[in-house]
Design a protein around this ligand. Structure first.
Ligand code: ASP
Length: 307
């Protein structure tokens, strides 16, 4: 009998309305999403675990310079790259996360190392970088993460008279949620954060319950968008709580949180899967890089809100 599984991924939400991306940007985004689905789907179709699938999918997107995670991360206001990532297993509620890391090629794998090889959930900055070296994770020089396009985006933002940050709202964080053949869910998120963020700023992505959460009794969630709003609402955990305690469907719970986020001035989106194999997304931006695949559905990717 075929094992049932579902994988949903995102590559960030934002102002990508139809016509605002070049044909090359559009094609590169879709190719990256497709490759991530194939990597995670191969694990799930072979009977592997959701936690392995979400890590594998996110690693592909971290290595792809078109997305704001790992290679291709955005710059802080003072021109540095500081990555955040988290991973969580819905069967045990085991979780690991890192914030402000600078030298690990795949921050999601460092988050997994925190989960599996330390007694902690969240390590930050120099301590997390040191843990990465101690654990033998692959290190990468600053040049690996740096891209000319992100530098241009920072320069453009710093040149604005109104200051502020990420007014362009092209987020680009990556994430994956999956349910495996055993019915276990997992979630992972990885990001460079927001362009021109203040040195030391930590977003929602590595905060368990805000940007990332997984619970076999409810759902697995990964978020993208204006992190400060996701943190205030505890978006990922609240979606799970609504499903578990109020009996809402994942669609209704995700829609409710995105509606409240919007009412309060936040922008972004979420991807969701439930242990029953259902999956989907909700977002209030013009577009969100996203994709879905399951045991009986080939990879499908989308960018714009109208597809
Ligand atoms: N949510 C991320 C953050 O605030 C940004 C993003 O989704 O692109 O750090």
């Amino acid at each position: 009998m075929t094992q049932r599984w579902t994988l949903v991924i995102h590559g960030g939400s934002g102002s990508m309305a139809r016509g605002r991306l070049s044909a090359d940007e559009d094609a590169a985004g879709r190719a990256g999403l497709h490759a991530a689905l194939v990597a995670g789907g191969a694990i799930l179709s072979a009977g592997g675990g959701a936690i392995d699938a979400v890590e594998a999918a996110v690693r592909v997107l971290e290595d792809d310079p078109h997305f704001n995670a790992g290679r291709g991360s955005v710059y802080t206001a003072d021109g540095a790259i500081e990555c955040d990532a988290a991973i969580m297993a819905g069967d045990t509620l085991a979780a690991g996360a890192v914030a402000g890391v600078t030298a690990t090629r795949n921050p999601v794998s460092l988050a997994r190392a925190v989960m599996e090889r330390s007694p902690h959930v969240l390590l930050s900055a120099a301590g997390a970088d040191a843990f990465s070296r101690d654990q033998g994770l692959e290190q990468a020089p600053p040049d690996w993460f740096a891209t000319a396009e992100r530098r241009r985006q920072l320069d453009e933002m710093l040149a604005r008279p109104d200051g502020g940050f990420d007014q362009g709202m092209k987020y680009g964080t990556v994430g994956a949620v999956a349910v495996d053949g055993a019915g276990h869910v997992a979630a992972a998120t990885s990001t460079g954060g927001l362009t021109a963020k203040r040195w030391g700023r930590i977003g929602d992505s590595p905060l368990i319950g805000a940007g990332t959460y997984a619970d076999d009794r409810a759902a697995a969630i990964s978020c993208t968008g204006s992190g400060e709003y996701f943190i205030r609402l505890g978006v990922a955990h609240e979606i799970c709580a609504r499903v578990r305690l109020a009996g809402e469907t994942i669609e209704d719970a995700a829609d409710a949180l995105i509606a409240e986020l919007g009412d309060r001035g936040g922008r972004g989106g979420v991807i969701v899967v439930a242990p029953d194999g259902s999956g989907g997304w909700a977002f209030n931006t013009p577009g969100m890089y996203r994709g879905m695949m399951s045991h009986d559905a080939a990879p499908e990717v989308a960018i714009y809100g109208d597809e």
